[in-house]
Structure formats: structure tokens, C-alpha cells
Design a protein around this ligand. Structure first.
Ligand SMILES: O=C(O)CCC(=O)C(=O)O
Length: 259
């Protein structure tokens, strides 16, 4: 049951059973197929034979950064767990904004204002052991200056527990002002914000549950220690205008960036 006051205070909320079983099944079917294609593409590009070779390849890159840096940016992006743009642009992912459960949640958050979804959403796959496919601690506002009033909805498509990892929320940071990023190796990811000592909370979730985040709350990816690939989608929903492409949830048109 969504609680707006609690969300505004904490900056996050785990919302249970928001997407239906059939919505989840459609998303899983689409992304499982896309994941196999992405892995085949990587194996072909890197001249490797099996998926686990990709993890060994990343371990080598950690020792020899130039091996990673010399790859095309599209390949680098898939290696750190991002689905290709073509997949992210596919309307199959609009199951999320079209879901009655998501629309009801957005209505509670934005109280009947017109809502838009940043395009394209991000879809991720974290292969077992791919510890390079993780986002360090960050606040979403630092990466989304093109929107003012927005929330992130993180949608896992597999069971999320301590072994499979998921998103770790820094409990208590939901109203924190924007934090500077501390420098660190930029080989695989952007810099992190400093650890201010907040309690780390990593919710267990089932497919159908979603994690709602405001733009200030600090959060990061947890590593995937399981034998299963972690599949998830994160969408940003906003009111007002955006300086980047957006999906209008009233008309289902993709809008051009606005000045
Ligand atoms: O899926 C993940 O591992 C991280 C997602 C995230 O940090 C975000 O959506 O802002």
C-alpha cells in the first residue's frame, strides 16, 4: 500500500504487487530474448565462446584498462550491463507505463498532473559474477538535469535477495541536498558520492514489486553473487517539460525535447 507522506519523508518506498503476472511475463520474455542477442553480439565482437568468458574478459580489463577503453562505446556499455538503445526504445517496454498498477502509483505521487516518461528507459542485465555492472552510490538528480520534478521506478524481473543483489538505498538520505562526486577510477562507471554513513537497506523483492525513488535519495547497485542473471528496468517519470525525449502517457506519443 503506497504511503505518500512516508515516501516524501524517506525518499523511497518498496511497493508490492504493482505489476501483474502477465505484465511481468511479457517483459521477461522480451528482455530474455534481447539478453541472449546481446551476449551473442559480445561473444562475436570479442571472439569468445561462452558467457562466462565475458566475466573473465572483464577481470582482464581491470588489470589492463586499455583493453576495455579501446572497445567501441556500444560494446563497453553492454559489458557493464546495459541493453542496447534499440532494445530500450522498443515499445515492448511500455508495458510499464501502460500498467494500471504503475498508473495508479504515479497518480498517487503526482496527484492527477500530466505525467511523462523519460525516453528511453534503462534496461539492465547483470550476468552472474559481473561485478563491473554496478552503479556506484549516486543521487538521480545529478544525472537527470533535463527534468525538474521526477521519480525513478526500478522494476526487477527476477527475484531479488541478498544473493542476486538489487538496489541498496542509503536510508535517511531522502532529503539530502545534491552531493559532490568523489573521484575514483572512471574505467567502468562514473564517480560515486561520499559514503555519509547512512544505514544501507537492500530490500528483497519479487517480480511485480517496484522500488520508487525520489531524485535525492542516495542508492547504488548491489553485486550479483547468484547463479542467475539479474534483469531489471528503471524508468523515470516526471511532470512539466523535459529537454530530452519523453513519452506522453496521455497520448502515447514520443515527444521531441523541449527548450
Ligand atoms: O539497477 C541498478 O543496478 C541500479 C539502478 C539505479 O541506480 C537507478 O535506476 O538509478
Amino acid at each position: 500500500m503506497f504511503n505518500l507522506n512516508q515516501f516524501q519523508q524517506a525518499g523511497f518506498q518498496v511497493c508490492r504487487n504493482v505489476l501483474s503476472a502477465s505484465e511481468i511475463a511479457d517483459l521477461q520474455a522480451f528482455l530474455n530474448l534481447a539478453m541472449h542477442k546481446s551476449c551473442e553480439y559480445l561473444l562475436h565482437e570479442l571472439n569468445l565462446t561462452q558467457t562466462s568468458d565475458l566475466i573473465d574478459f572483464m577481470a582482464i580489463c581491470e588489470q589492463e584498462p586499455s583493453k576495455f577503453e579501446s572497445l567501441p562505446s556500444a560494446t563497453r556499455s553492454i559489458l557493464v550491463g546495459h541493453f542496447e538503445l534499440e532494445t530500450r526504445l522498443n515499445p515492448s517496454l511500455w508495458v510499464i507505463p501502460r500498467s494500471k498498477g504503475i498508473q495508479s502509483l504515479l497518480n498517487d505521487v503526482f496527484s492527477q498532473q500530466k505525467v511523462f516518461m523519460h525516453m528511453p528507459p534503462t534496461a539492465r542485465f547483470v550476468l552472474p559474477g559481473n561485478r563491473w555492472a554496478g552503479v556506484p552510490a549516486h543521487q538521480d538528480l545529478s544525472y537527470n538535469r533535463h527534468m525538474q520534478d521526477f521519480v525513478t521506478i526500478w522494476v526487477p524481473l527476477v527475484e531479488i535477495d541478498k544473493s542476486c543483489g538489487g538496489v541498496v538505498v542509503h536510508k535517511g538520505s531522502g532529503q539530502l541536498s545534491e552531493q559532490p562526486q568523489i573521484s575514483q577510477s572512471k574505467l567502468f562507471w562514473q564517480s560515486a558520492v561520499a559514503d555519509l554513513g547512512y544505514e544501507k537497506f537492500q530490500p528483497d523483492m519479487n517480480p511485480g514489486d517496484v522500488l520508487l525513488l525520489n531524485r535525492w535519495v542516495v542508492h547504488e547497485s548491489a553485486p550479483n553473487h547468484s547463479q542467475q542473471t539479474r534483469l531489471s528496468i528503471d524508468c523515470r517519470f516526471f511532470t512539466g517539460s523535459s529537454a530530452k525525449h519523453a513519452l506522453d502517457l496521455q497520448t502515447w506519443q514520443v515527444l521531441e525535447p523541449q527548450a
